[in-house]
Design a protein around this ligand. Structure first.
Ligand code: XMP
Length: 326
């Protein structure tokens, strides 16, 4: 029967057997999967591991600090942060097609990571022992949804699976490949990771870039980050985090509607709330949030976030809707 202590012991042994005395690199995303995968590898081989965190500028408020400060304090991993906001925003300039955004973000992520890798590789080669292994936080559902397990159609390009270059010079280490999300969380807690990371609801790799319907700009990201922080704070304050799988907050940047705010007419953007309940994200239902919580979120967003004059609730299950809007 399943027990997080046993899984940790087994994985640590398997990682040691695979990696030996080799050097390992891992990209942290800020999410639970890569955080737990890296923590397992760190437990197994210590400072043979170096972690890289790419700040692509599409993160939510506070996420970079959670990795740089809280996660590092809890695990002691070596971390290199790459500031890549400018690079991602210029690559996304003028792009509004969802799949194109995903491709660009995935591509830039790989390029940015490869540059960091190349530098770390050169440094490690200089002392005669180049990095040979790459950690991936791939979960069982990622494998299945990308067609790796059952031949299911790939609905959206999940860039953490199947998106890696063919000529990859590293051997993959994937300690979570047979696990589901709740199992990964249990392992993370057992490893002593911060609750804000372990309990984090799923957040897509392409980040806020696929939660802005329309072109991605710095101003729009700031606006959405603000609205998202309000939603997360209110859901947490209402004690609802454990009842929802995740709650994407989406900015309809290409839509404007008329409103009345302050002294006169406004012509602002809608914010969409997409609270969903789910077991594994393959199917989902919209969460029946209490009206008073919805009212508080709506009041705060329209009062506090400039250029937003309407908050709407997405009441679509999956299928037919996907959880994300893009
Ligand atoms: P959809 O929108 O397909 O989302 O119903 C299912 C789950 O996957 C997350 N998601 C992603 N995760 N990279 C990721 O790591 C991605 O490109 C991506 N797209 C969607 C989404 O948040 C939901 O949990």
């Amino acid at each position: 029967d399943w027990n997080s202590g046993n899984v940790i012991a087994d994985q640590v042994a398997a990682i040691r057997a695979q990696v030996g005395t080799g050097k390992v690199i891992c990209a942290l995303s800020g999410g639970v999967d890569s955080a737990v995968a890296a923590a397992l590898v760190h437990k197994a081989v210590g400072d043979q591991l170096v972690c890289v965190f790419v700040d692509h500028g599409l993160l939510r408020a506070g996420e970079r600090e959670q990795v740089e400060i809280d996660y590092v304090a809890a695990t002691g991993v070596r971390l290199v942060t790459i500031d890549a906001e400018d690079r991602f925003l210029s690559a996304l300039d003028g792009v509004s097609d969802p799949e194109q955004k995903r491709k660009i973000i995935g591509r830039e992520f790989i390029r940015t990571f490869e540059q960091a890798q190349a530098q770390l590789l050169a440094e490690s080669a200089a002392d005669g022992d180049p990095i040979r292994f790459l950690v991936q936080g791939t979960l069982y559902p990622d494998v299945v949804e990308s067609g790796g397990g059952t031949g299911t159609a790939n609905i959206k390009s999940h860039h953490n699976v199947g998106g890696l270059p063919e000529d990859l010079q590293f051997e993959l280490v994937e300690p979570l490949r047979t696990l589901f999300k709740d199992e990964v969380r249990a392992i993370g807690r057992e490893l002593g990771l911060p609750e804000i990371i372990v309990g984090r609801q799923p957040f897509p790799g392409p980040g806020l870039g696929i939660r802005i319907v329309g072109e991605v700009t710095r101003e729009r990201l700031e606006l959405l980050r603000h609205a998202d922080a309000i939603v997360r704070a209110e859901l947490t304050a209402a004690g609802l985090d454990s009842q929802i799988w995740q709650c994407p907050v989406v900015l309809l940047a290409d839509v404007r509607s008329v409103g009345v705010q302050g002294d006169g007419r406004s012509y602002g953007h809608p914010i969409v709330l997409r609270p969903v309940s789910s077991e594994d994200a393959m199917t989902a239902d919209w969460t029946r949030l209490p009206y008073d919580v919805l009212a508080r979120i709506s009041n705060r967003i329209t009062n506090e976030v400039a250029d937003v004059n309407r908050v709407v609730l997405d009441v679509t299950s999956k299928p037919p809707g996907t959880i994300e809007w893009e």
